[in-house]
Write a protein that binds this ligand. Sequence first.
Ligand SMILES: [Fe+2]
Ligand SMILES: [Fe+2]
Length: 179
Amino acid sequence: MKPIGPLMWEHRLIEKMLRLFEGEVRIINESRKINTVFIDQAVDFIKTYADRTHHGKEEDILFHDLRKKKLSPEHARIMDELMEDHRYARKTVGELVAAKEKYLKGKHSAEEIVRLMSELARFYPIHIEKEDKHFFFPCMDYFSKEEQDKMLAEYYEFDRKMIHDKYEKVVTQMEAQSL
Ligand SMILES: [Fe+2]
Ligand SMILES: [Fe+2]
């Protein structure tokens, strides 16, 4: 298997979550009420799965290894754009968390939350399409079979560690809150 396989499967799950975002936005628009449990789960998914696990493998392994190659100007340009997209997604999710906190304190209406969720649902499919259709496949040509196998092994190791990192952070956070 090529190392872009797992990344493309992950894209399919991210797309499913984005469809849930769209459904939730419709519900909020009708009810004017926020389901904070949905927002918390959605934010956790985007932060832990889409960003740390998925973007993490892209940035720390695939893009990292691509930087050692002599990329065509077009591929170098797309990779910069993809990195910028990741930064933008991180910032937008941070804003969504802040908007939810403000909503809970009664300082904000649901509008900002709807705007940010709609923005993520709009933005991610464009980013995913860039990777799936214009970047991943041609990029594999820069790597030998051995390099691709090594990358795949690094992905598995990255994923293996993630669950432990995630729950260590959860416990650390809960400990801090209990002080
Ligand atoms: Fe990406
Ligand atoms: Fe991706």
